[in-house]
Each structure stands twice: as structure tokens, then as C-alpha cells.
Design a protein around this ligand. Structure first.
Ligand SMILES: Nc1ncnc2c1ncn2[C@@H]1O[C@H](COP(=O)(O)OP(=O)(O)OP(=O)(O)O)[C@@H](O)[C@H]1O
Length: 377
């Protein structure tokens, strides 16, 4: 191989696959490469025919090859992997083999289950913004959206531009999650035909789906996996407790006592199934009006009540980690699929969530009360 073709191979191979988030060289996606008289020819092997990322991969490879000094012309030949090549790739991505839950005991990923007692308190909005904020701070982040009552995560993460959630790519039995704002997202909303279909799901079906998401979705190495679960958590708390024994629970409430009472119950159920409480967030706090005055539409103090109640009998007090005000921008950002933590970090709600992300990132996983998986005789 000439020096020039070697340099072209290096450059093309360093392109990152937008979904799998690994280099094309590592993924075995670069085939034959030649470079003569300034003309570079690069063969790219897509994982599957009709790969949604094909155009981006092709243009990134073209740009990478063109950037090599001495190259004046680039031809990219797009092919599709053979079944053997794909099997090799899957074996490389899942060294433990298929059907393994990488987030079980001993995982290095911090799993954070965002929960609330009742719906509509901003759990999904917070999950999306927290994920985007952590990703923006350089962490590798995924979201598993299992909120059957309102799988809004794809839209909040810009992955449902026409109201229809992006479909994940399937590589044989592996599901590759779409990426929005640098966050890998998987949602029940990506698999149901119409938005009302899943609401009638009962516990066992939901539990099976969460288990399948954990085993079949390729998240790769993550620093954080955020779970958006249905409010109340009763149905899925046991599944989460069993499958994700390291999960930390972030309880979201508004200032309203009606919301905080049920939030306490959600926290208690989570704890009963072996999960630890990471802290409490009060959302929809006082809205600051143009004249500088503030109006507490949903009351105040709900999170303090929840934190207090969940601290009773514990060695370490449960803390209120953030207070997020009502914010027109936060709501609008959600509707547009652009998390406000990225678009308007100066907004008070964005600031509060960015600070929460920093607090969580620096707190380190709480090992207190860790479930050792030993049941009493
Ligand atoms: N701090 C806030 N300021 C203004 N609007 C907010 C705020 N938090 C959430 N919202 C809005 O409130 C509505 C409900 O939020 P969201 O869907 O995140 O709640 P949820 O708790 O996940 O509900 P569900 O569990 O029923 O899906 C959304 O329209 C969202 O944009």
C-alpha cells in the first residue's frame, strides 16, 4: 500500500459512525482503499442496505479522504456488509454475546431512574434536558423511555420532527438507538403504530419491554443511562430493582402537596425494591413575571416534604437537588425538540437543570444501601 493510500485509509477509518458511535475502522466498515495520482477510492461497507446514516457516512468519508494532503479527487464506493461481516461486527460490539443486560450488577454506568408520583409534573422534560446537559458536559448518555402514558422523549430530543418517532436501525437481533443531541434514545414510542396503543399495557408487557430494551438495544459504553418510567412506578419498580440493582432514583414533584404525597409513595416503592434515592427535584416552581414579581402557580415546598419523608429512618438525609422554575422557554424548547439547556443556558430553568447535571455528575454513584442481591434465608 502506498503512503498516500495508507493515509486515506487512516482518515476514512477515523470517521465516527453516527449511530454506533465507533470509528469505521473499528467497525470493519472500510473495505478496499487505493490512491493514485491524487485520486482516492474508498470502499465503505454499510451495516445494512438502506442504513439511515448512509448519506452522512458517505459525506464524512469523502471529506476525510479529501482532507489528506495530496488527494485531489475522491470516489466513495458504497457497499453493504455480507452476513458474515455483520456477524463479526455484532460479536465485536457484544463481546458477552447477545441477550446480555450490560447494566446489571457491577456495571460502570450510572443508571438514574427519573420517577414521579403523578403524571404531568415534568418528569420527561427533566429527563430530556438532564440527558442533553450531561452529554454536553462530555458524558456518554442514553435514555430509555418506558413511559407508556406519554412517550414524549423522542419529540423532546428532536427525534420526531413530523410527530412520528425515528425508527431504530436493526442489525439482525440488535437494535441501534437513534441519537438526538448526542444522546442515544430508545422509546416505546418508536415501536408502537399509534400513540394510544401502549397506554393500555399492563405490568407484565411493560416489564418484558424494559427487559428487551436492556438486552437488545446497543447503547455501547455509557456513563449515564436515564430511565423515564411511567408515573407511580409500581408496575415497573420490581423490574427495575431486579434488572438494574444499581439504579438511583430521582424523584420529581411540583410544589403542590397533592403531587408530593404521591411522589413520596413512588420513592418508598422504589426503595422497597432495592433502589436508592438520589434526591428530589421540585419542578414548576415560581414563575418570574416581567415586573420581577414571582407567582407560585403550583405552590412551593413539595420537594422539601418529599425529601423529609424519605429521610425518616435513613442514615443519610435525602436532599432536594434542584428547584426548577416554570419557564416558557423550557416548554417551547420541548415542543421544538431542542432542549433549553443547550439553546438558552441562561434561562433560569436551564441554569437549574445544568447545575443539577453538574451536582449529579460530581456526586458519584451512591453505594450506600447497595443491593447485594442476597435474600434473607
Ligand atoms: N418548568 C416548567 N415550565 C414550564 N412548562 C413545563 C415545565 N416542566 C414541564 N413543563 C411542561 O409541562 C408539560 C408536562 O411535562 P412532561 O410531559 O415533562 O411531564 P411528565 O411528568 O413526564 O408527564 P407524563 O408522565 O404524564 O408523561 C409539558 O407540556 C412540559 O412542556
Amino acid at each position: 500500500m502506498t503512503n498516500l493510500s495508507h493515509a486515506v485509509r487512516e482518515a476514512a477509518g477515523s470517521v465516527i459512525d453516527p449511530e454506533l458511535r465507533r470509528s469505521l475502522a473499528e467497525l470493519g466498515m472500510i473495505g478496499a482503499v487505493s490512491a493514485e495520482n491524487g485520486v482516492a477510492q474508498v470502499e465503505v461497507r454499510l451495516t445494512i442496505a438502506g442504513c439511515p446514516a448512509a448519506q452522512k457516512i458517505e459525506s464524512d468519508v469523502r471529506a476525510a479522504a479529501a482532507s489528506v494532503s495530496g488527494v485531489t479527487e475522491v470516489a466513495v464506493d458504497v457497499q453493504v456488509m455480507t452476513a458474515e461481516q455483520r456477524a463479526e461486527l455484532l460479536a465485536h460490539l457484544r463481546p458477552g454475546g447477545p441477550k446480555q443486560n450490560p447494566f446489571g450488577p457491577g456495571t460502570l454506568t450510572r443508571v438514574i431512574a427519573v420517577t414521579s408520583g403523578k403524571g404531568g409534573v415534568g418528569k420527561s422534560t427533566l429527563t430530556a434536558n438532564l440527558a442533553a446537559s450531561l452529554a454536553h458536559q462530555g458524558f456518554r448518555v442514553g435514555i430509555l423511555d418506558a413511559d407508556v402514558y406519554g412517550f414524549s422523549i423522542p419529540a423532546l430530543m428532536g427525534l420526531a420532527p413530523d410527530g412520528v418517532a425515528a425508527k431504530p436501525t436493526r442489525l439482525d437481533d440488535m437494535i441501534v438507538p437513534p441519537v438526538g443531541h448526542d444522546v442515544k434514545v430508545i422509546s416505546i414510542g418508536m415501536f408502537v403504530e399509534n400513540a394510544n396503543a401502549a397506554v393500555a399495557w399492563r405490568g407484565p408487557m411493560l416489564q418484558r419491554t424494559i427487559t428487551q430494551f436492556l438486552t437488545d438495544v446497543y447503547f455501547g459504553d455509557l456513563d449515564f443511562l436515564l430511565l423515564d418510567l411511567p408515573p407511580g412506578t409500581g408496575d415497573v419498580a420490581i423490574t427495575v430493582g431486579q434488572q438494574l440493582p444499581n439504579a438511583e432514583v430521582l424523584v420529581v414533584t411540583t410544589g403542590q402537596s397533592a403531587a408530593s404525597e404521591v411522589a413520596v409513595r413512588a420513592g418508598v416503592v422504589a426503595r422497597q425494591t432495592g433502589q436508592r434515592i438520589l434526591g428530589v427535584v421540585e419542578n414548576m416552581g415560581p414563575l418570574v413575571l416581567q415586573d420581577g414579581s414571582a407567582i407560585a402557580l403550583f405552590g412551593q415546598g413539595g420537594a422539601d416534604t418529599v425529601a423529609h419523608e424519605l429521610s425518616i429512618g435513613q442514615d443519610k438525609a435525602v436532599e432536594v437537588l434542584a428547584r426548577i422554575p416554570l419557564s416558557l422557554g423550557l416548554r417551547e424548547g420541548g415542543d421544538q425538540g431542542t432542549p433549553i439547556v443547550l439553546s438558552h443556558p441562561a434561562d433560569p430553568a436551564a441554569h437549574a437543570i445544568n447545575e443539577l447535571a453538574r451536582v449529579i455528575a460530581h456526586s458519584g454513584p451512591s453505594r450506600a444501601g447497595i443491593n447485594l442481591g442476597i435474600s434473607p434465608a
